[in-house]
Ligand binder design. Structure first.
Ligand code: ZN
Ligand code: CU
Length: 481
């Protein structure tokens, strides 16, 4: 691209970490429209707005590889939980849970209730959902997976059986419609009760539609505990048989008895990567979070309630304490709180570090945005990796961590011209202080914006500035091309 003399915005004197993994360098970055128009010495160029970035890092906006932000795009268009972290693109529709296609009113079964509210936001087709995002954009971009659990809950008459032939035919048609509309692939959450009865063949029957359209297969494995290895093998098989790249979601070994198992799962994944496309994402915490499930309670060291419909006042409380207070067994207390969500302290720190260090591991928050007292990963994931694991622990270089948050997910999810600071790329940019960036969200105070993020730009428009959302909504629905 030819260097123009005038830019809409110039980020001046910053240190560029360009997302490719290359060593940092000093340069100015010039923005014109929604693109990066120049990277170099722009000291004599004219501009409407010169942002002094000295002693700051200028990096591509982060791509949150695993989110449940489907409805948040409408509920909080500023996307504060994400824009405050430097995130400019979210991947939605994970764990088999997508907002579309789904038309029945009211509260759907768990775990769909993680993202569906009581408000009547319903889309009977995937295309209608993406059109709604076009018409009412959010601050961040989003790319979309269609969820197997969403399809199953609307189409399968007996959820405790494998889908019947005609139900598979209907679900395949929905996947085809979603792929046509621009979905980037299919997701599953085979661990969850509504999907457990699905056979490998059922999943292949749907994933091959996604694969044929150039889409991928993202999966919350059938078992992240004692059957972790079998579950990874099943996911790899589904990818191979469907001719679809595989994304292993929030990779972990769950449950005290299974700590250390990632030492076996990661080599298995490394081996598979020689012959098929396999990626994984991870969040930087030893606690997980989802709907309240008795079996998860049993293998966790501690459980915190994130929301409860019959007892909203207990959000944030420890389940064991509640059980004592109400003089009930933990099992009875779980029943009494339903429907509800929880945080489970179920992983080992060593395993978490092992997964974050794995080559090309992407960062995905897995935040659950509508919980009363959410897991802090919703607001803290990206600054926690950069502040805690990079600066304090020294697990990765800053360049490598930024690469896993930008160009790696851009490639895996097919987000063209994003994830790099380079001439011609979309102007998705975060300016942060490498000395102070850190998560502020804690289990007690989970909705605090991070420290050290100065400014965030998406498609050439600022979405976060001086600790606040700007109110601008330049986000786009990123369709598979
Ligand atoms: Zn999941
Ligand atoms: Cu998830």
């Amino acid at each position: 691209m030819e260097n123009p003399e005038h830019f809409d915005v110039i980020f001046a004197n910053g240190t560029i970490i360009d997302g490719s993994g290359s060593p940092r360098f000093k340069a100015d970055v010039g923005i014109l429209g929604d693109r990066i128009a120049a990277v170099g010495d722009l000291s004599v160029a004219k501009t409407d707005k010169r942002v002094d970035a000295s002693s700051k890092i200028v990096a591509p906006g982060f791509i949150d590889a695993h989110t449940h932000d489907d409805r948040l795009l409408f509920a909080d268009p500023a996307m504060k939980a994400k824009s405050s972290q430097g995130v400019t693109t979210v991947i939605v529709g994970n764990c088999g849970v997508s907002l579309a296609p789904f038309s029945s009113p009211g509260r759907p079964k768990p775990p769909l209730d993680l993202i569906f509210g009581l408000d009547p936001v319903r889309f009977s087709s995937f295309g209608a959902f993406l059109d709604a995002v076009d018409h009412k954009p959010a601050a961040t971009n989003a790319a979309f997976l269609v969820g197997h659990q969403t399809l199953r809950i609307s189409e399968v008459s007996d959820l405790y059986q494998p889908a019947k032939h005609d139900e598979i035919v209907t679900m395949r048609a929905h996947v085809a419609e979603a792929m046509d509309a621009g979905a980037i692939g299919l997701s599953t959450g085979l661990f969850y009760p509504p999907a457990r009865a699905a056979s490998t063949d059922e999943v292949v029957a749907l994933t091959e539609i996604a694969g044929a359209a150039g889409g991928l297969y993202a999966t919350h494995l059938r078992d992240e505990g004692s059957k972790l290895l079998e579950s990874v093998r099943e996911a790899l098989e589904i990818g191979l048989r469907s001719n679809a790249p595989v994304v292993l979601s929030h990779h972990k070994a769950s449950g005290v008895a299974n700590h250390g198992r990632v030492k076996e799962s990661l080599p298995l994944i490394r081996e598979a990567r020689k012959t098929q496309k396999v990626a994984l994402d991870v969040y930087p915490y030893i606690a997980s979070s989802t709907v309240l499930l008795a079996e998860r309670v049993a293998d966790s060291a501690k459980v915190l309630i994130t929301w409860s419909e019959p007892m909203p006042e207990v959000a944030g409380r420890d389940l064991a304490e509640l059980a004592m207070e109400y003089q009930q067994t933990p099992e009875k207390m779980v029943d009494r709180l339903q429907p509800a969500g929880a945080i489970y302290f179920s992983m080992a720190e060593e395993d978490v570090q092992e997964v974050i260090s794995f080559e090309d591991a992407m960062i995905g928050s897995d935040g659950i945005p509508h919980d009363e007292k959410p897991h802090p990963r919703l607001w803290g994931t990206f600054p926690r990796v950069l502040g805690h694991y990079v600066r304090e622990v020294g697990l990765l270089s800053l360049e490598e961590a930024v690469r896993r948050m930008t160009s790696v997910p851009a490639t895996v999810f097919g987000l063209r011209e994003r994830g790099l600071i380079s001439e011609g790329s979309f102007a998705d940019i975060v300016i942060f202080d490498p000395e102070t960036i850190l998560d502020s969200a804690s289990f007690d105070q989970p909705t605090q914006p991070a420290q050290g993020i100065d400014a965030v730009m998406n498609n050439g428009t600022f979405i976060w500035w001086a600790g606040k959302p700007t109110g601008e909504c330049p986000g786009r629905a990123l369709r598979r091309v």
